[in-house]
Design a protein around this ligand. Sequence first.
Ligand code: PLP
Length: 362
Amino acid sequence: MSYKLFIPGPIAVSEKTLRAMAQPMIGHRSADFVALFNAVQPELQTLMYTKDPVYISTSSSWGCMEGAIRNVVKKKVLNCMNGAFSDKWFDVSKRCGKDAGALKVEWGQPIEPDALRAELATGQYDAVTLIHNETSCGCMSDLPALMAVLRDFPDVISIVDTVSSCSVVPIKKDELGIDVLITGSQKALALPPGLSLMSVSKRALERAATVESRGYYFDFLEFQANWEKGMTPSTPVIPLIYALKSKLDDIKAEGLDARHARHAQLNKMVRDWGFAKGFKLFPKEGYGSLSLNCFANTLNYDIAALNKILKAEHNLVIDGGYGKLKGKTFRISNMGDETVETITSLIASLDAALAKTPKLAA
Ligand SMILES: Cc1ncc(COP(=O)(O)O)c(C=O)c1O
């Protein structure tokens, strides 16, 4: 079983990263661990354009996404919804016992700044969740415009999911005024799953201190107290932190600007291929993700058959559509370590496989 993942997470992990994980274990309260933790901090802060601490959580992103709700929502949270993950965040807010409101648009439509402003102006909310890049439908909302609105509501804590966009495009946490910025390991950082990274502002920490029932595992105050010692609250997944260190070294060597430019170039290569074949993007024009392309299956190909051919004959897989979009869309990631060469080869495989793929009866 050896095939390359072009699904939008988990994505392919390099040999170098895998090797970095295979190092002897160290105690999580040892000086060696503190050195490792403190070595990754400045690079994580650079990645997130912040001076705030970046907590390292042994969980998938949902851990921090749920944790953020439990830490900062006192009055009511506004969940902005335009795809599967943001829809689920609304559900998670309610499961945490919080009062939650929905700003909901169709999957693939961006969250509009004016709609956000109108909802916040009701004065009901003290927190907002936003997904910058809705991976399920390949829609990237205009985060700077949305954060400009949020800055006019200083009592509202912003929780922003950049799970599939951090390191693809610059997300300037401090400049934009993002309170809680969350990302995950298995998407654009090209690490295995299991780690989530979360940077928290002083304002959000102050709010957390006044909120009851924060639990333990994702308690911001626990994260902060341990961060000050160069540690995590409980035993973390140390092999992934070795991998993170290796990846941050790679990112530093490439340079953030070059990394962002590479992703834009590769995204365009795939998008141009799809357009040349006659496909359209599923998300609203102008809001196509730069991490992946989610094409509408307007040509009615049997996407499951396409993926079978890709896997059997080209050792790769793409995604055949998320949830209710299964078969109606297909998604191709350009995150992580991809290069012009690997995307050129992917496109050749897509061409060859598509030529053999049957169309579905109308
Ligand atoms: C935008 C977004 N948010 C959240 C998640 C959930 O991440 P995890 O499965 O790591 O908890 C995903 C996963 O695909 C995602 O794409």
